[in-house]
Structure formats: C-alpha cells, structure tokens
Design a protein. Structure first.
Length: 199
C-alpha cells in the first residue's frame, strides 16, 4: 500500500470515528457557562472572540466589565462603533487603584446585579462578565451568589466569566473551563502593554 493510500485509509477511519462520536452528542437546549481563567494572557480576548461568533449568528450580546474601569481598550472602541453590543463598564479600575475595599465591593455588587438582570431577562443570548473572577478572588462577591445568579439565567442565555483564579466551585459548576497558561510574557522583559495587542 502506498503512503497516499495508507493516509487516506487512516483519515477515513478517523472520520468515521469522529462522526460516530458526534452522532451521540445532544443539544443541551439551554445556554452554557464558560469560564476563562489562568495566569496566561488571552482570557478576555477569548471571550470577545465568543462575542464576535455570537454576533455572526445575529445573537443579542451583553458585556459587563468588573475591573477595567475607565481604561480605554480596543475591544470596547470596536464594539461601540459596531453598535450591536450592550456594554456596561462598572468597575473603577484595577483592585489596587481604589485602595478602598468598601467601594470595590459596592462596584462589584452593582456590576453583578446588572449582569444578573441581563442574564435573567431573556433578552440576551450571551452575557460576558469580564474579570468577575478577580472580584470573586478578593471576596468582593460570594461564589454561591454568583452561581445562584447563573442558575437564574434565562434558558437560552450563555454566560462567559473571565479572570484569573476562578473559584473551584465555579469551575465545577461550569460547562467549559479553559485555563490560559503563561509560557512567556513581554512584561517580564520590561516591555509595556501594547495598544492593539494587550488592550
């Protein structure tokens, strides 16, 4: 048997196995919960990729940002120009900026109240809670309250939660958990964040 024939036979077998697996899958008939966490870069970027995918299918999308505050980002500017995403920037900046725990808790609670209402409304196919895991990490929110909010989302609403240090209980609850692993980062070489790459 030639290499080409051997390759074709292996690919046909692989295709048959894959089709058999796919035929056994079911539609959950409800939105999913996705968690993007880990120390590596790309958690929010990946969530915004999901936003683009949802918009491609003409789905209704909402974003609630928990931490980034008044920081001007490329993704916010892009989605503002597009005019198809409901966007709420609720945080006041990085956790070390306010230096006021009570203010940070109040901001996190207000942001989650907004996200919870959006998820429960049935008006959104996708709600992204950007950097909510940071609010959970510092105990500005209780993980059980966040899970209760996720439980109360409308049947067709998918939620994406981003930020490092996702709580184990949240990861257990989620349908998909992706952990970004840092291998190398320009910050450690003294390179500052770059417009269009980092923000």
């Amino acid at each position: 048997m030639s290499d080409a024939q051997d390759h074709k036979q292996k690919m046909q077998q692989q295709q048959a196995e894959q089709r058999a697996k796919v035929s056994e899958l079911r539609d959950p008939e409800k939105g999913l919960v996705l968690v993007h966490t880990g120390n590596g870069k790309g958690k929010s970027s990946s969530a915004f990729g999901v936003v683009i995918r949802a918009l491609g299918w003409k789905q209704k999308v909402g974003v609630v940002q928990f931490i980034k505050g008044k920081w001007i980002t490329g993704e916010r500017q892009f989605f503002d120009r597009l005019g198809e995403v409901t966007w709420h920037t609720m945080g006041e900046g990085f956790t070390w900026d306010t230096q006021d725990r009570d203010r940070d808790i109040a901001a996190a609670e207000a942001a989650f109240a907004k996200a919870r209402d959006m998820m429960a409304s049935g008006d959104y196919d996708l709600v992204v809670m950007d950097e909510i895991n940071i609010a959970l990490r510092y105990d500005y929110l209780k993980v059980e309250d966040v899970i209760t909010g996720l439980e109360g989302r409308a049947k067709g609403t998918t939620a994406v939660l981003t930020g490092r240090d996702a709580k184990p209980e949240l990861c257990d609850y989620a349908d998909l958990v992706t952990e970004m692993t840092e291998v190398k980062h320009p910050f450690h070489s003294g390179i500052k964040a770059q417009r269009g790459v980092d923000f």
